[in-house]
Design a protein around this ligand. Structure first.
Ligand code: SF4
Ligand code: SF4
Length: 179
């Protein structure tokens, strides 16, 4: 891509390098958006995020909800005729938004971190403690209580975590991928 503005070029190059995706090949066919499950909740469609990255629009992209609403289902990547895995681009943008202190959807980021901390501690997620920690930290104490109680009643929320044998290996993965 050719840019007049050096900052825009820098942002485009950074996203391309971090995501390892051929973002420059996107020609806005919108196949990604037409299969995306998150468009009803996002502020930009996935093809729009790619276009904004092509244009070096750092503030708009890093301040968007879309990069957090994306559930990494990878439907977009499977549909893209140019082999662009937009989920990888979204992940790279999340990391950049965190580094820049521009996290729009703070509770989604908190949920990600609480989930990963639970996996780091037990080798797999312990839903009950994870949800208690998330609820306390987010201050969102009462949403989905009915679902939680129903799951507890059916034994889907165990009181104690199931620890896996190779917990050390899981910790090694976390240590290797720590930023
Ligand atoms: S499917 Fe691929 S080429 Fe088409 S708009 Fe989406 S990212 Fe761009
Ligand atoms: S990975 Fe994200 S952007 Fe792609 S289809 Fe799924 S939710 Fe949409």
């Amino acid at each position: 891509m050719s840019f007049i503005d050096a900052d825009k070029r820098k942002f485009f190059n950074e996203v391309k390098e971090k995501s390892r995706q051929p973002i420059e090949l996107c020609y806005q066919c919108q196949k990604c958006a037409s299969g995306c499950i998150a468009t009803g909740f996002a502020d930009y469609y996935p093809n729009e995020i790619i276009r904004l990255v092509q244009l070096g629009q750092k503030e708009r992209v890093l301040n968007s909800s879309s990069i957090w609403i994306c559930s990494s289902c990878e439907t977009c990547g499977a549909r893209c005729p140019n082999g662009i895995n937009t989920a990888e681009v979204m992940d790279a943008l999340k990391e950049m938004a965190i580094a820049a202190g521009m996290v729009k959807e703070k509770n989604i980021n908190l949920f990600h971190n609480t989930f990963l901390n639970s996996v780091r501690s037990h080798g797999r997620v312990h839903e009950t403690s994870m949800m208690v920690i998330y609820k306390i930290k987010s201050g969102d104490l009462f949403s989905d209580m009915d679902v939680g109680l129903e799951m507890f009643r059916k034994g889907k929320l165990p009181l104690f975590p199931h620890r896996i044998k190779a917990r050390g290996k899981i910790k090694d993965i976390f240590n290797k991928t720590a930023h």
